[in-house]
Unconditional design. Structure first.
Length: 755
């Protein structure tokens, strides 16, 4: 089921072009449905979805005509449309620089692993940004908060961020229909371009890819470029929870499966069966594109014929190439190479009675396409790189007799699902030639077994399942955003907290140190409290109703040196040592095994050698490996590796391993800030408790105090937390503490003392 609230909303689908083509001749204007996997997929989904799902379905895109022609065609559009169309009019020259320029002369080749084909042109980039702004302006005039926006593909990578400026609370899904490159390729773009594209994508609530590999590459890029960490498939961007996930796009299985049995397709199929006679037919259909590997495909077929001359005259290769982007040099050059190769191949191996390749350069009607799918013995689909490749799925769905062989490039996204195809490396012509022979000679029983398995996959995760899965996940993410929303301490909540403080008579203030009272420093020894902080703590402790504890992961020596002269309690190493107010230090932990540090120190030292700018901090009761100064992605990977190694190494030791804020720490069992707080509140009664912290280690305190009515817990930073509130930074914490110092006295109220 699609995730929906009780109130119906509008759905905006935004793509580069509208799903129709307007053709004008001297007499009239004609309309036809645009071709392409995106249009077919979304149209099929919307036709099968419930009419009550959305109050209106609006498709926004470039109409590929000017305003006057659009106005002339409006009557025909009104009578045929499946959607409300929102045309985005763009001046022709600007559109070409955006589309042929940046979109298809930079993003397309770079994202498909053809970096040498990429053109880095400032004018193209500026046009790309400007066109995305035009899309944002057009859509923002009709979208309302609560509506759902579904942005499609690489032409509109920055759009989500632009729409957020107009409508911050709309739900936005983005789906990329092409591969996403590795960081090593993505970083070839100028840095400002990298930032704008990634921030644009990250402004969506859900970012969809065809495979989990593409999602992982995207997450690696935001970590390296934007310095944003991710937790699994989730990350936080501009105070929102965002998810990157895989949704392998499907097709309308029933459309192809049922069409294969129609009269028209049967008639066309019989024509092709008669044409091939006793020969085996190999079939390929692809757009003209260098990513499709057409040249390599022909070379693989050529090698098959030369290695197995006994098949000369006994096979035929029907190659259909659909025109695409002929005006781009790389495409016209690719066509010339294909034309020449086919001419040479037919001339060298063919004769008057037999041609190795039958070549068709044009669009195919749907019925003829399905007729070829069902007439051929083997489909050869070998792109060098492809986001998904729906042709492979269409071929599988069309085989209603259960026969047929699919040879598929392992570089296509579809290869992750269609594992019963003959998977090959499209750059290995020998492997391709061997696969052709295997496919032609495959028994019918094996064909049926493989085809049945693939059809089960394609039928189950069809176009409806794909779209429903995407919308359901988008709904789940939005729901999680609400439940994990950071609750920043606003003016109203601040007044309530301050009033409770002013009316109380016995208060406990629990204050973390690093990241809470002071910002993090590159070196632990540099985090010295400044005079203003010391004066604020002194003023707070001067009120005898206040019991203040600095509760930190720091060692006792540092805390004593910096804060020991104040009338405050000190808790060191997360509770391993405690200095109560006006007393000396007491140990709360013991080294049951004096050698445990010696056993794990070498592991940390090895990791420090491998991770530049990481370092080890040795305390009295614990060892900590810090990586806050290391490169973000490398440091994170090293931390995960060390964490797992330490878990194994300490399995039989009386210690536990903790992953904190850019630190991995090993400390004695039973020691954490939550235990320290439990001890404090069991020994004294309080009618007001304030607890501030920024780290994962502070969550132990927040959990303990969550059920305490008189407790106010505050997380420093924007991360979701067990704390009741969030506050932006140590600077704001210190301002807030000074506000507490200066807050006027109020008459006490009857408050139940907590013990």
């Amino acid at each position: 089921m699609i995730y929906l609230t009780t109130m119906k909303k509008k759905l905006f689908i935004i793509s580069n072009r509208l799903p129709l083509t307007i053709e004008q001749n001297e007499q009239d204007i004609q309309l036809r449905q645009s071709s392409g996997g995106l249009v077919s997929a979304i149209s099929a989904f919307l036709k099968k979805s419930s009419p009550d799902t959305f109050s209106e379905q609006i498709w926004a895109g470039f109409p590929d005509c000017n305003y006057d022609i659009w106005q002339r065609a409006r009557g025909a559009i009104q009578s045929t449309r499946d959607y409300t169309y929102l045309p985005v009019f763009i001046e022709e020259e600007l559109y070409q620089r955006y589309y042929q320029g940046f979109s298809n002369s930079l993003i397309w080749p770079l994202f498909h692993y053809f970096p040498s084909f990429a053109e880095y042109n400032d004018d193209y980039y500026n046009a790309y940004i400007r066109v995305n702004e035009l899309f944002a302006e057009a859509v923002s005039q009709q979208v309302n908060n609560g509506d759902m926006v579904w942005i499609q593909d690489y032409h509109l990578l920055p759009l989500a961020a632009m729409l957020r400026r107009y409508h911050p609370t709309i739900s936005i899904g983005f789906f990329l229909h092409i591969p996403f490159p590795s960081y090593e390729l993505f970083r070839l773009m100028p840095k400002p371009w990298q930032h704008q594209l990634l921030k644009g994508m990250a402004a969506a609530d859900l970012i969809g890819f065809h495979t989990i590999d593409y999602a992982a590459d995207f997450l690696a890029c935001i970590a390296n470029v934007l310095k944003i960490e991710h937790d699994g498939q989730f990350f936080r961007f501009e105070e929102r929870l965002v998810k990157a996930d895989a949704f392998p796009i499907g097709i309308d299985f029933d459309q192809f499966h049922e069409a294969a049995g129609s009269e028209e397709v049967s008639r066309i199929r019989q024509q092709y069966i008669a044409l091939k006679g006793p020969q085996k037919m190999i079939f390929s259909v692809d757009r003209l594109d260098y990513t499709k590997g057409l040249h390599n495909r022909l070379k693989g077929y050529h090698r098959f014929l030369t290695q197995h001359p006994e098949y000369i005259g006994k096979v035929m290769f029907v190659l259909v190439v659909i025109p695409s982007r002929d005006e781009i040099d790389k495409y016209s050059e690719n066509k010339r190479i294909i034309d020449e190769y086919i001419g040479n191949l037919n001339g060298s191996l063919g004769d008057i009675s037999w041609l190795p390749v039958r070549y068709h350069y044009n669009h195919l009607p749907f019925e003829e396409l399905v007729g070829l799918y069902t007439a051929c013995d083997l489909a050869l689909i070998t792109p060098l790189r492809d986001g998904m490749n729906l042709v492979a799925k269409e071929y599988v769905a069309s085989q209603n007799d259960g026969k047929g062989v699919l040879i598929l490039s392992e570089m296509a996204g579809a290869a992750r699902e269609l594992t019963d195809a003959l998977l090959i490396n499209p750059n290995d012509t020998k492997e391709m030639a061997d696969a052709i022979k295997t496919g032609i000679e495959m028994s019918e029983s094996e064909q049926r077994d493989r085809m049945a398995a693939m059809q089960k996959v394609v039928k189950k995760y069809n176009i409806n399942a794909w779209a429903n899965d995407f919308f359901a996940t988008l709904g789940e993410v939005i729901k999680q955003q609400g439940s994990l929303e950071t609750k920043f301490l606003d003016n109203f909540s601040s007044v309530g907290l301050l009033d409770a403080y002013a009316r109380s008579s016995r208060r406990l203030l629990l204050l973390d140190y690093d990241g809470t009272l002071i910002p993090f420093s590159k070196e632990p020894s540099e985090a010295i409290p400044d005079p203003i902080l010391l004066q604020t703590l002194k003023d707070l402790s001067a009120d005898k109703r206040n019991h203040i504890y600095i509760i930190s992961g720091r060692d006792s020596e540092s805390l004593e040196k910096w804060l020991g002269h104040l009338e405050v309690g000190l808790i060191a190493e997360h509770g391993a040592k405690i200095k109560n107010i006006g007393r000396g230090w007491q140990n709360e932990a013991f080294r049951a095994d004096e050698d445990w540090m010696a056993k794990i120190r070498p592991l940390m030292e090895l990791q420090s050698d491998k991770c530049v700018r990481s370092f080890i901090e040795e305390k009295e009761f614990s060892l900590a490996w810090h990586y806050r100064n290391a490169e973000l992605v490398h440091g994170g990977l090293m931390a995960k590796e060390l964490f797992n190694r330490l878990l194994n190494a300490t399995a039989n030791l009386p210690v536990n391993v903790l992953a904190g804020n850019k630190v991995i720490e090993v400390r004695p069992n039973g020691i954490d800030k939550g235990s320290a707080v439990t001890k404090l509140i069991s020994e004294q009664s309080y009618d007001f408790i304030l607890c501030l912290g920024d780290d994962k280690t502070d969550e132990d305190m927040f959990k303990i105090l969550a059920s305490v009515d008189v407790a106010y817990t505050i997380k420093v930073g924007q991360d979701a937390s067990f704390a009741k509130y969030n506050i932006q930074s140590p600077h704001v914490v210190r301002t807030f503490l000074q506000t507490i110092v200066d807050y006027p006295e109020l008459p006490p109220t009857a408050v139940k003392f907590m013990r």
